[in-house]
Design a protein around this ligand. Structure first.
Ligand code: GUN
Ligand code: ZN
Length: 426
């Protein structure tokens, strides 16, 4: 099916270097995206599009590449908004019990449906998820993504200690289940697999060796884990692994680092860890709503960027409090403000799209509206609520409009979400 989406078309070309870096993006006021077979065939002025093709007119709304959420937890939808605990208590009191339920395939399937509904409602067309320890949860996740033709990344967590029995595997079962899931899903349709040792606290050395083997044997898979989120977590980690110089040193020892390594949080890094992250080309995943909600700390965006470490952004549902990447960047802005740093709106929207695509090495497929890309598109209305409409009366520039979207917007600003060219907002 061939179609044309008409609207105000915005797509990033590269990372903005300054707040008003107008060369970093392409913007067409009366623009159009020509889509066929799930792929973008052409982008340009509406006047230059072929005649006789169905036109869906989204004017005056913005058309952008669908958002990418590089770190969230599919089994934590019923954990969001759990009161009064910092990381380790939050995991033990709320999160591990909720994840235990994902041994049941019926529960996992129901949650997978809800999960992708929320992603699409919020304009996120590519999530990167941690599933629970159970193979069933990863099956439910990838099956639902395939049913909706969503480009989804994820994997079952590896965890064999320091958690309740119901969410533990063993080194061998973690290896066997991950291997089977990779064979079944990695590269099938739009699915990609992320080998997911949860964090050092919940893996024995024997399991870390299994993770090492999985990463070595599957070089096109991703590796995701958590790093340096909370002070008590770091102290406990170093009690468990005293032979390593620091937290990152553990993952380094087991050869888990590299350009496909996604390290969630990275808040309290030491200088050595920063330099190893930059040298090994790892990605630091900034999860602002989670970092504020669980009281973990303030991610130092400016320092991380100037240290030459790659940065991605994410919701971290259910430590995070919103499925919306707009709300996520609203909170990211405030985290930067608290450190006297700037997060310009062009950069924020770059991060949600092309920036996150580059963090995944998928910028040829997603994250932009270039011809040849997969037709994942979000349609955004910066005047979606009465308060936004009132504020928009005084807005004169694109950057200001983006900032209104980021500061006041959420799923109500998402008019439509196209997945491989198909309108899919629930
Ligand atoms: N560290 C290990 N597991 C988790 C998790 O589920 N959420 C967060 N925020 N941090 C973690
Ligand atoms: Zn997480």
């Amino acid at each position: 099916m061939t179609k044309i989406l008409r609207g105000r078309v915005l797509s990033f070309l590269r990372q903005p270097q300054v707040a008003d870096d107008h060369d970093s993006y392409s913007f067409i006021e009366d623009g159009a995206i020509l889509i066929s077979g799930g792929t973008i065939k052409a982008v340009g002025a509406f006047a230059d599009m072929p005649l006789g093709v169905e036109v869906i007119d989204h004017r005056p709304n913005l058309l952008m590449a669908g958002f990418i959420d590089t770190h969230n937890h599919f089994p934590q939808m019923q954990v969001i908004g759990s009161y009064g605990a910092q990381l380790l208590d939050w995991l033990n009191n709320y999160t591990f019990p909720a994840e235990t339920k994902f041994a049941d395939p019926v529960h996992a399937e129901r949650m997978a449906g809800k999960y992708f509904d929320e992603m699409l409602r919020n304009g996120t067309t590519t999530p990167v998820a941690y599933c629970s320890v159970h193979k069933t949860s990863a099956e439910a996740y990838f099956t639902e993504a395939a049913r909706r033709n969503i480009r989804a990344l994820g994997g079952k967590v590896l965890m064999d200690r320091n958690a309740p029995e119901g969410v533990l595997d063993t080194p061998q079962s973690a290896y066997d289940d991950t291997k089977a899931l990779i064979e079944k899903w990695h590269g099938k349709g739009r699915a990609l697999y992320a080998i997911s040792p949860r964090f050092a606290i919940t893996s024995t050395r024997a399991q870390m060796e299994m993770a090492q083997a999985l990463v070595a044997e599957n070089p096109t898979c991703y590796m995701q884990t958590h790093l340096s989120e909370n002070h008590d977590e770091i102290a406990y980690t170093m009690e468990l692994y005293p032979e390593h110089p620091d937290y990152l040193g553990i993952y380094e020892h087991y050869d888990l680092l590299g350009s496909r390594a996604l390290l969630g949080h990275c808040i309290h890094l030491n200088d050595r860890e920063r330099s190893v992250m930059a040298d090994t080309d790892c990605v630091a995943v900034f999860c602002p709503t989670s970092n504020l909600f669980i009281g973990s700390g303030l991610f130092n965006e400016e320092r991380t960027r100037t240290d030459g470490i790659r940065i991605a952004v994410a919701t971290d549902i259910g430590g995070g409090t919103s499925y919306s990447m707009l709300k996520t960047m609203d909170e990211a802005y405030k985290v930067c403000q608290l450190q006297n740093q700037n997060l310009p709106p062009l950069y924020a929207f770059y991060l949600m799209t092309l920036g996150n695509a580059k963090a995944l090495g998928l910028e040829a497929k997603i994250g932009t509206l270039e011809a040849g890309s997969e037709a994942d598109v979000v349609v955004l209305d910066a005047a979606a609520t009465p308060a936004m409409a009132l504020r928009m009366e005084t807005v004169t520039t694109l950057a200001e409009e983006l900032f209104v979207l980021q500061t006041l917007g959420d799923d109500r600003s998402v008019v439509e979400t196209y997945v491989a060219g198909v309108a899919s907002k629930p």
